[in-house]
Design a protein around this ligand. Structure first.
Ligand code: UT7
Length: 326
C-alpha cells in the first residue's frame, strides 16, 4: 500500500485575544489559578462575524499555497470539528465551496478534541488505498461559541483556531507511518453539549438552562486523558518497532499543560522534545495538534527524517495517535 505524506501545513487563529486578566473580569478566577492549573495565559476567540469555516478556509489556503497545490486539484476534504457553522450542511462542504475545490467530496468528522488525529487518519486512508491523490485534512473550532462564560470551570480552557494539512502520496520513506483511533462511549457525559441535537432539541427551556454550552467533569477527564495518551503512544510505537527515545518530537493535544507533563512523565519522555503552545492558544479542540505541528514546522523544529508522534484525546471519550516520518 502506498503511504500518505503531508506536503503542506497551514494554521490560523482569529485576531481577537482573550487574556486571563480579561476572564478575571468575567468570572470568579485569577490569572495565577489558570496558569498554575492549566498553563494557559491567553486564547484567540472569534468575533461576531466569524465562524468555524472562516478559520478553516484561512488555514487551508495557507496549506495549499505552501504545498503548491491548486484548489481544483483537491479530491476530498475532511474537517474535524466540534462546533461547525451549523447542524448541516457540513463545515467541510462550506470550505469546499469557499476554496473553489470544484465538486470535491467533503465531510465533517465529530470526534471532539481527537478530531485532529481522526481527520488526519481518515484523509490518509484515501491516499493509501489509491482512491484519491490530494486530500485536505483540517481541524477547525470556534469553541468560544459553545463556552459558557458564566462557568469558570470550562470557559477558561477553550480557544478558537484552525489547522490544515495537504496530503499526497509519498514517493520516498517519509509520510504517515501509522495511525490509531479509539473511543469509549461509556464516558460520554464527562464532556458534552446537552442540547441542540435530536435528544434535546432547542427550546426556550434549553436556552434558559444554558444547555447549549459544553459541560465537563474536568478532573475525571484529566485522569482518563493521562492514561489514554500514554497507552496509545506506547501501543503505536511498539507496533512499529520504535521506543520513546526514537521519537524526535511529540506533538500532543493541548488541553492542559499538567496533562501533557503527567503523560510525558509516565512515558519517560523529556519535555524538551514536546511541542507546547497551550499558553497562547488554550484548548483549540480538533485544531490543536495541527496548530502545534504547524508552529513547530514554521520554527524549524521539524527536520527531514524526524520521527513525529502525535496524540490527542477528547469528549466521547475519543483518543488516538499518529506516527509520521517527516
Ligand atoms: O480536550 C479535552 C478537554 N478537557 C480537558 O482536557 C479537561 C481536563 N481537566 C482539566 O484540565 C482540569 O480538571 C481543570 C483545569 C478543568 C480543573 O483543574 P483541577 O485541578 O482538576 O481543579 P478541580 O476541578 O478539582 O477544582 C479545584 C478547585 C475547586 O474549588 P474547591 O471545590 O476546591 O473549593 C473549583 O471550584 O478549583 C476551583 N476552580 C477554579 N478556581 C478558580 C475551578 N475552576 C476555577 C477557575 N478559577 N477557573
Amino acid at each position: 500500500m502506498r503511504r500518505a505524506k503531508i506536503v503542506g501545513l497551514g494554521a490560523y487563529a482569529p485576531k481577537r485575544i482573550l487574556t486571563n486578566k480579561d476572564l478575571e473580569r468575567m468570572v470568579q478566577t485569577s490569572d495565577e489559578w489558570i496558569v498554575q492549573r492549566t498553563g494557559i495565559r491567553e486564547r484567540h476567540i472569534v468575533d461576531e462575524s466569524e465562524a468555524t469555516s472562516d478559520l478553516a478556509v484561512r488555514a487551508a489556503q495557507q496549506a495549499l499555497e505552501r504545498a503548491g497545490v491548486e484548489p481544483e486539484e483537491v479530491d476530498f476534504i475532511v474537517v474535524g470539528t466540534t462546533c461547525g457553522d451549523m447542524a448541516f450542511p457540513s463545515t467541510a462542504n462550506l470550505v469546499q465551496h469557499r476554496l473553489g475545490c470544484r465538486t470535491a467530496g467533503s465531510a465533517d468528522i465529530y470526534a471532539a478534541c481527537t478530531g485532529s488525529i481522526y481527520s488526519l487518519s481518515i484523509g490518509a486512508q484515501y491516499i493509501q488505498t489509491g482512491k484519491y491523490r490530494t486530500v485536505l485534512a483540517i481541524g477547525a473550532e470556534a469553541l468560544s461559541r459553545i463556552s459558557d462564560f458564566t462557568d469558570r470551570s470550562t470557559c477558561i480552557l477553550f480557544g478558537d483556531a484552525a489547522g490544515a494539512a495537504v496530503l499526497r502520496p509519498s514517493d520516498d520513506a517519509s509520510g504517515i507511518l501509522d495511525t490509531d483511533l479509539y473511543s469509549d462511549g461509556q464516558y460520554w457525559d464527562l464532556l458534552y453539549q446537552p442540547a441542540g441535537g435530536s435528544r434535546l432539541p432547542a427550546s426556550h427551556e434549553t436556552v434558559e438552562q444554558r444547555l447549549h454550552y459544553a459541560k465537563m467533569k474536568g478532573s475525571e477527564v484529566f485522569k482518563v486523558a493521562v492514561r489514554m495518551v500514554g497507552e496509545s503512544a506506547v501501543r503505536i510505537l511498539e507496533r512499529n518497532g520504535f521506543k520513546p527515545e526514537d521519537v524526535d518530537l511529540f506533538i500532543p493535544h493541548q488541553a492542559n499543560l499538567r496533562i501533557i507533563e503527567a503523560a510525558m512523565k509516565r512515558l519517560g519522555f523529556p519535555m524538551d522534545r514536546v511541542v507546547v503552545n497551550i499558553d497562547r492558544y488554550g484548548n483549540t479542540g480538533s485544531a490543536s495538534v495541527y496548530v502545534a505541528l504547524e508552529e513547530a514546522w514554521s520554527l524549524g523544529r521539524v527536520r527531514p527524517g524526524d520521527l513525529l508522534l502525535l496524540a490527542a484525546f477528547g469528549g466521547g471519550l475519543t483518543w488516538g495517535a499518529a506516527l509520521i516520518r517527516w
